[in-house]
Design a protein around this ligand. Structure first.
Ligand SMILES: [Zn+2]
Length: 294
């Protein structure tokens, strides 16, 4: 499931390839009736036709394409959405839900096995993004900002990390990774974290996301040990990311912790799977051993 590093990788790839191109034809498949938001499909298709792509950016897990005439094309990949750039004549991949022909002989294909992906065409993207919290890789996102966010929340820290209103762009995979780097059990109540722990968590979030970005995203199935599949993240050229090879917690149930060798455990939390090391991420802080004996 694409998170900040996967969407940012896509944004960077698109910025290098499609800025300046014009959309000559947009067509949405009738088998993806929920893809286009807030307007009839015909209006969306007609509205994109002839628009020039002027810039590409990202906010949280939303991909934003700035178009001429002050329009925005906003895309959320959700569970399994991928964007591919292909020559128009290249053979089709399975599960193409929409295609956008460009004026250079290529087309953007939106491929989405699960069909949860969504798109908007709007002159004002602000309402779509209104509830998003801070960008975790911005300099403005400091340990103090994170501490403010956590101090009033009684829910499990993992659930807070998944809340897009708390931090934008972190999902299940990078939340598990960040908590492992910080040595924090996913079930700890957010407000119970000490100042030092929040500092470690802040570092863990940044480390996990930057590593994902450096490796062009994580391509890993939802089920543990599953091979890269059609539901997985792939980049604009169709190739997998590499970050799955470096994961420390997510998807590693039963495998040895890279720090201490204890088997990584998986538990249900906030309707999702949480992966953690019971040794490195204890639920309760261990009591200090009695300093002296008898
Ligand atoms: Zn461990």
């Amino acid at each position: 499931m694409p998170e900040l590093p996967e969407v940012e990788t896509l944004a960077r790839d698109l910025r290098a390839t499609v800025v300046g191109r014009k959309v000559t034809k947009a067509s949405v498949s009738p088998d993806a009736p929920r893809l286009v938001q807030e307007m009839p499909v015909e209006v969306f298709e007609a509205g994109l036709r002839g628009r020039r792509i002027e810039g590409v950016s990202r906010r949280g897990k939303y991909l934003m394409l700035a178009l001429d005439k002050g329009m925005w094309w906003v895309l959320h990949r959700r569970m399994s959405g991928n964007v591919l750039l292909r020559p128009v004549k290249a053979p089709d991949e399975p599960y193409i839900r929409a295609r956008f022909r460009l004026d250079d002989g290529n087309e953007l294909r939106f491929v989405d096995l699960r069909k949860f992906g969504t798109m908007w065409l709007t002159d004002d993207p602000a309402p779509i993004l209104a509830k998003l919290g801070p960008e975790p890789l911005d300099e403005a996102f400091t340990g103090d900002v994170l501490r403010e966010t956590l101090k009033k929340r009684t829910t499990a820290i993992k659930a807070v990390l998944l809340d897009q209103a708390a931090i934008a762009g972190v999902g299940n995979l990078y939340a598990d990774e960040a908590l492992h780097y910080a040595g924090i059990h996913p079930k700890r109540p957010a407000k119970s974290l000490t100042k030092a722990e929040v500092g470690h968590l802040h570092e863990g979030i940044v480390r996990a996301l930057e590593q994902g970005l450096a490796n062009l995203g994580s391509s890993v199935g939802n089920a543990a040990g599953e091979e890269v599949s059609l539901r997985d993240h792939v980049n604009l050229n169709g190739e997998s990311g590499k970050n799955q090879e470096y994961l420390v917690a997510y998807g590693r149930e039963g495998r040895p912790c890279r720090t201490c060798g204890t088997a990584i455990e998986r538990m249900k939390l906030a309707q999702r799977s949480a992966h953690f090391c019971p040794q490195c991420q204890p639920l309760r802080r261990r009591r200090k051993r009695a300093a002296k004996r008898g």
